[in-house]
Design a protein around this ligand. Structure first.
Ligand SMILES: [Fe+2]
Length: 271
């Protein structure tokens, strides 16, 4: 193992950012995009791995995680699959005395907007917190599969009273040379979720650059980990530290308070 220091001063061991026990405890953090649910997708492969991710989150200051397994062509998890699995995982967390709340959700990939609308109308999707206020969308990595009518879909979702949050826009190659496409989605009413690992450089220079630019261009930004395991999990605190250092305290506080507002809405849904 070769301990190293990332560009943000987060201690890394073989690519894993270690939670620093000497780090002052900050405000409770939300992670609204995380593949923590065990054995359902390409995230945590076992209960043990999921519990280890949960412990890491607690160390990092995260008190609430939205489990967002994939809902795409190959792994198509729906609310009927996810809600009971989250309830079982919360029982396991209680049994292990890990003080972390996990809410249901999913990361819904949109390729065909008509198919999306159909399943949405049928109530099959698990939106964030299993509620009706926020939903997490992603696109396929292939440029050719980006829906030509994505802006219209965002408006359609807003018309349903829900705020769509676009997962990791900074990671799509087809946005790198044309961030105006992202602006179109934002103008239609989408919020953007930037991934911590992009900001701290773990996804390479292009997502780092695009993530930084999106933070400057757009107001409605939230941070999330999109963690799949402990090798791909740098924690939320590192993301806020990056924003503080590169965009200032005010911007970091703004993004944090947006996360807190989302969290209070999602927890209200759970009651
Ligand atoms: Fe994801």
């Amino acid at each position: 193992m070769t301990p190293q220091t990332s560009n943000q001063g987060v201690t890394m061991v073989d690519g894993v950012a270690a939670a620093d026990p000497s780090k002052p405890k900050g405000p409770p953090l939300l992670d609204l995009h995380c593949h923590i649910l065990p054995g359902v997708d390409d995230g945590a492969q076992s209960l043990e791995e999921a519990l280890a991710m949960a412990r890491y989150n607690v160390e990092d200051g995260v008190t609430c995680v939205v489990a967002t397994p994939h809902c795409h062509r190959y792994i198509h998890l729906l609310r009927s699959d996810i809600v009971p699995a989250v309830a079982r995982f919360n029982e396991a967390l209680r049994a292990a005395a890990i003080p972390l709340a996990v809410l249901p959700g999913s990361e819904i990939q949109v390729v065909d907007t008509e198919a999306y609308k159909r399943e949405f109308e049928q109530g099959e999707y698990c939106h964030l917190g299993d509620g009706q206020e926020f939903t997490l969308l992603e696109f396929n990595w292939e440029r050719a599969l980006f829906p030509h009518d994505a802006d219209e879909l965002i408006r359609w979702i807003r018309g349903k009273g829900m705020t769509p949050i676009i997962a990791h826009p900074e990671r799509y190659e087809f946005f790198w040379d044309d961030l105006k496409r992202v602006a179109g989605l934002v103008e239609a009413g989408a919020w953007l979720q930037v991934t911590v690992d992009s900001l701290i450089g773990n996804h390479g220079p292009a997502p780092l650059k695009a993530g930084g630019e999106l933070l400057l261009r757009h107001e409605e930004i939230v941070l999330a980990s999109d963690a799949h395991n402990l090798n791909r999990c740098s924690g939320m605190a590192a993301g806020y530290q990056w924003v503080q250092k590169n965009a200032g305290d005010e911007r970091a506080a703004d993004i944090l308070s947006r996360g807190n507002r989302i969290r209070s809405r999602l927890e209200k849904t759970e009651d």
